[in-house]
Design a binder for this molecule. Structure first.
Ligand SMILES: Cc1cc2nc3c(=O)[nH]c(=O)nc-3n(C[C@H](O)[C@H](O)[C@H](O)COP(=O)(O)OP(=O)(O)OC[C@H]3O[C@@H](n4cnc5c(N)ncnc54)[C@H](O)[C@@H]3O)c2cc1C
Ligand code: SF4
Length: 494
């Protein structure tokens, strides 16, 4: 429970963050850790509230409140406070597969639901989680044990994002023979080629994959299932197949001039940047992709923010981030009480860097692109922006954002990055396995289950839930592993 009076004695303190002027010069991680003594004080703020909403992971008003993995937050906060880090690590890994990833990229649903956060700053749980896992790695506590007995059952996991990795980890621990097929040249899914290196150092993925390989998980990269690898062969060769292919079908922007050169989907752009950095051991910084250009990022979410931070590092002349919806309030509205996920204005690292570099927040609300203007060579030259206003649809009652006449204006643009979300799974994979999809093109299963419409074929992660978060993908991967294990063995002890 931490220290009885800790929340009264200590203020929240976050780890040191490198200053913008320093960090925009490279792609290294910029969050550093507190000393062990300061970390113990932060854990001491956990107040034994009695009902730890932080670990509930329940849906309230359509949004998750608390940790979807049901991490035993108060228990390991207490152990961190007492300096019993090895035990804290063991507690953390009862429910968690890869704390090194979430403790860097998770929006910390636990903190949004922290009781201490009702009247004061919440406990710094995400950073406490990082201190536990990094302590464990530094002290050689993190192992993937090779199972003593193998079951003789074979499982194929298609896709090596966080959901596929979590499923592979548990099924291998249980003794099944697991092979992960990945179409990309490197393992990790969006952890690798999506989330930029400054937010999640790619060495952390390599560190974990090495352990999993040593424990017996087989990874095959450059294997595009449904294309270069036959789905039928997998069905024949394996006792179960788990589809963890993500929701990589990007939402496009339909506007005149869309075929202009210089308009890219955000994830393709971010992947290319990371791949070139990794291929060259960070020597080839791909400034040619954005340097000196006026960049328009379409989409005000996390992916858009990653594009802002990346383009600043690549030397963009200006960066503007368009968001269709109105600017959120600075603090919770009465209609959005604690412990719901707070729908409030957040300034993420990319926006901070844009404020530092260009003097203002890059986000322009209630705005979209009406037209892309090309030069004589067919390359992007300008975009026509238009403001949007909310109008209620009489039939459905839904509020739609519609263009406001007379608000059009032209702005220069040398690069447009579309970060407008994802439409769901890619059809060639679902067709190859013959699995049914729902109206949102996610793979269909019964509620709370992972078995698809085809016996022996399971699904998890974004491909199942739709575009989501790393923490949810890990939760899905752990959950599908249990279902598959039960199917293979008649019961599960995972
Ligand atoms: C730019 C960006 C930034 C993000 N930032 C955050 C963040 O900060 N915090 C957070 O919590 N979430 C973030 N997310 C969301 C998060 O990354 C995803 O929710 C999560 O990675 C989903 O995991 P997954 O395993 O379901 O799929 P993915 O991570 O998408 O992995 C799917 C894998 O399957 C492979 N694959 C697909 N089809 C095939 C096939 N036919 N054969 C073989 N392999 C195949 C793909 O190559 C990929 O490697 C971000 C997403 C994006 C796009
Ligand atoms: S995984 Fe995310 S929500 Fe869960 S305890 Fe860690 S930071 Fe909090």
């Amino acid at each position: 429970m931490g220290k009885t009076t800790g929340f009264l004695e200590y203020e929240r303190q976050d780890g040191f963050v490198r200053k913008e002027a320093d960090r925009v010069g490279d792609f290294r991680e910029f969050h550093e850790q507190l000393s062990q003594a300061d970390r113990q004080k932060q854990a001491a703020r956990c107040m034994n509230c009695g009902i730890p909403f932080c670990q509930a992971g329940v849906m309230i008003a359509g949004m998750a409140s608390g940790c979807p993995l049901h991490n035993l937050v108060p228990e390991w906060n207490d152990l961190v406070y007492r300096g019993r880090m090895a035990e804290a690590y063991r507690r953390l890994t009862i429910t968690h597969s890869f704390p090194e990833f979430t403790s860097r990229v998770c929006p910390a649903l636990c903190e949004a639901a922290c009781t201490c956060g009702l009247h004061d700053a919440p406990v710094a749980t995400k950073e406490n989680e990082k201190s536990v896992i990094e302590y464990a790695y530094a002290n050689d506590l993190v192992h993937e044990d090779s199972p003593e007995v193998r079951t003789g059952k074979k499982v194929a996991v298609v896709g090596s994002g966080p959901s596929g990795l979590a499923a592979a980890q548990l099924l291998n621990r249980r003794g099944h023979e697991v092979t992960v097929y990945e179409r990309s040249d490197r393992v990790g899914g969006l952890l690798r080629y999506g989330i930029p290196n400054m937010k999640l150092d790619k060495l952390l993925i390599d560190r974990r994959i090495r352990l999993m390989e040593e424990a017996g998980v087989r990874f095959i990269t450059g294997a595009d299932v449904g294309n270069t690898v036959s789905a039928e062969d997998l069905k024949k060769e394996y006792d179960a197949v788990i589809l963890c292919c993500g929701a990589s079908n990007p939402r496009d922007i339909k506007a005149p001039g869309r075929d202009a050169g210089g308009i890219r989907f955000a994830v393709n752009f971010l992947s290319e940047v990371t791949k070139r950095l990794l291929d060259s051991d960070f020597e080839d910084v791909p400034t040619d992709l954005a340097k000196g250009r006026d960049v328009i990022v379409i989409g005000g979410g996390d992916t858009g923010n990653d594009c802002v931070g990346t383009c600043i590092r690549l030397g963009a002349k200006s960066v503007t981030q368009l968001e269709m919806m109105p600017e959120p309030p600075a603090s919770r509205l009465p209609s959005n009480p604690w412990p719901q996920w707070p729908r409030i204005l957040k300034v993420d690292y990319g926006q901070d860097e844009a404020i530092w570099k260009f003097g203002s927040d890059p986000r322009v609300y209630q705005t979209t692109v009406k037209e892309f203007i090309k030069d004589k060579k067919g390359d992007l030259k300008e975009v026509v922006l238009v403001s949007l206003k909310p109008v209620r649809d009489e039939k459905t009652g839904r509020m739609n954002m519609v263009p406001e006449e007379g608000t059009e204006r032209r702005v220069p643009a040398g690069l447009v990055l579309i970060a407008a979300g994802f439409l769901g799974s890619e059809q060639y994979v679902t067709d190859a396995f013959g699995v049914e999809r729902d109206g949102r093109t996610n793979v269909k299963t019964d509620a709370g289950k992972h078995l698809t419409s085809i016996p022996g074929i399971y699904t998890a992660g974004d491909m199942h839930r739709g575009q989501s978060l790393v923490v949810w993908a890990i939760a899905e991967g752990r959950s599908v592993a249990k279902e598959v294990d039960e199917h293979l063995m008649g019961y599960t002890n995972l």
